[in-house]
Design a protein. Structure first.
Length: 130
């Protein structure tokens, strides 16, 4: 592309590479220009670490990853630039009240009855316009 002086943006180049290449699980690890291993974005995942004061320290995150993740994914790593510290509140767990649904046949009859009433109302509207 450089030889033909085409100005191709990075997203298009990524799309072309994705469409024309195939993954080889047995291949050597790809590295960037500096020799650093390039992560496989298809394998990217997140980990939710239980929140304590200690988690605010990088060392606590490293300990958790070493204890809970590394035994299962030995070559995993943490991208600290994307680390977010916060608290998740699962609203449905704390605020949702389950209500037992009614009988499905009764619900269907109610919907059909409403449909008939709507059809009658629409017919009245058209008869008044004529």
């Amino acid at each position: 592309m450089k030889k033909t002086e085409l100005d191709v943006k990075a997203p298009l180049i990524k799309a072309i590479l994705a469409g024309l290449s195939e993954k080889d699980e047995s291949a050597d690890i790809c590295t960037d220009a500096n020799g650093n291993p390039e992560p496989d974005t298809d394998l990217r995942d997140t980990e939710q670490i239980p929140f304590t004061r200690k988690v605010l320290e990088k060392q606590a995150i490293d300990e958790y990853i070493k204890r809970e993740v590394k035994p299962f994914v030995p070559d995993s790593r943490v991208d600290y630039s994307k680390t977010k510290i916060g608290y998740e509140i699962p609203f449905t767990r704390y605020f949702y009240k389950y209500e037992l649904m009614g009988n499905s046949e009764e619900t269907l009859r109610g919907i059909q009855s409403l449909g008939e009433k709507i059809q009658i109302s629409i017919a009245r509207l058209f008869s008044k316009e004529v």
